[in-house]
Design a protein around this ligand. Structure first.
Ligand code: AMP
Ligand code: ZN
Ligand code: FE
Ligand code: FE
Length: 309
């Protein structure tokens, strides 16, 4: 009776399409699976009209790449409306920026003497989804330029590396505003993985409703600490594997770092009560400053020099 609230499909950098992923999860005994693709809910929309196996509930989710104090922060959104117009606008902008970033990354890697072509990276996408750094890394590892994903990121794709290209990202408060506007619940993803524990108080000020305490990259000490911290403040606690695909180094196995049932029920109650509050037009439940302006108003990231738009 596992609940896995963090998984990627071919709509972003996962290896399996949404319907295939749901079937795989069901076979593993997962009863609730959230699809949380990077900057898109296209995987959720792909399930429209698809007959899903009995005994598994799919939660519409997203994992928004945001920033805080110049650092990358991932914001999960749960129970979103995958067709919300603001979400669709956001996705389109992110797809364009990711495509722009990919072309720059490939050009920079070529300049560093690495034999890589844009088409090789695009060919790895299972869907029409946004290409990400993991797609580039998979090409580089396959061609022997790195021994694995971690090695590839460390030497080539992280800030300071020849393949790194900064791009504009929303502030955490803006990502929170987007998730809430789409009717969802914003949760801070894997703070232990990103070394964000010292910034938790600040991040919660941005309107985060809870913390992903259980994650395949958190050890039990980290998970316990984060869960205790969140619960002491009345915040939500979630968990998930961050599964990307069979045989991949990224993320855990489906069902790993599962979300406790009572925590999932709290999340669901939070989502449905917010729906009622929104329907009643209560602006008081918005984060400080109300719903932030749309993508055009986003600030440039510290490392986003040269980003178009
Ligand atoms: P992107 O959103 O395209 O910039 O890619 C971000 C993804 O790259 C993350 O979700 C991770 O799956 C992966 N990633 C980020 N940093 C690392 C790292 N140091 N080692 C391996 N994978 C990483
Ligand atoms: Zn990913
Ligand atoms: Fe993440
Ligand atoms: Fe993820």
């Amino acid at each position: 009776m596992l609940i896995d609230l963090h998984a990627h499909t071919t709509a972003s950098d996962g290896l399996h399409g949404a319907a295939e992923l749901v079937a795989m999860a069901r076979a593993r005994g997962i009863v609730v699976l959230a699809l949380t693709d990077h900057d898109t809910a296209a995987g959720v929309r792909a399930l429209a009209g698809v007959e899903l196996p009995d005994g598994i509930e799919v939660v519409a989710g997203i994992e928004v790449t945001a920033q805080h104090a110049g650092r990358e922060v991932h914001v999960l959104g749960y129970f979103i409306d995958p067709h919300h117009p603001r979400l669709l606008d956001f996705e389109q902008e992110r797809q364009q920026l990711r495509r722009w970033r990919l072309e720059r990354m490939v050009a920079q890697l070529q300049q560093a003497g690495i034999d890589i072509a844009l088409e090789e990276v695009l060919a790895l996408r299972g869907g029409g989804g946004a290409p990400g750094r993991p797609h580039v890394a998979r090409v580089l590892v396959a061609k022997g330029y790195a021994t694995g994903m971690r090695d590839c990121f460390t030497r080539l794709l992280l800030p300071g590396g020849p393949g790194y290209v900064g791009y504009r990202r929303p502030e955490v408060a803006q990502a929170v505003g987007l998730v809430r506007a789409a009717g969802g619940v914003p949760i801070l993803a894997h703070p232990g993985l990103d070394g964000l524990e010292a910034l938790l108080e600040e991040l919660v000020q941005s309107g985060i409703a809870g913390v992903e305490a259980y994650h395949s990259a958190h050890d039990s000490g980290t998970a316990g600490r984060l869960a205790g911290w969140a619960q002491a403040r009345g915040l939500l606690v979630t968990g998930g594997s961050d599964f990307h695909g069979l045989g991949l180094e990224e993320g855990g196995a489906l069902g790993e770092a599962a979300c406790p049932r009572e925590q999932f029920e709290r999340l669901r109650r939070w989502a449905s009560s917010r729906g009622r509050v929104q329907a009643a037009g209560d602006a008081g439940s918005q984060p400080a400053g109300g719903v932030p302006p749309g993508p055009a108003a986003w600030p440039r990231g510290r490392d986003a020099a040269g980003t178009p738009g």
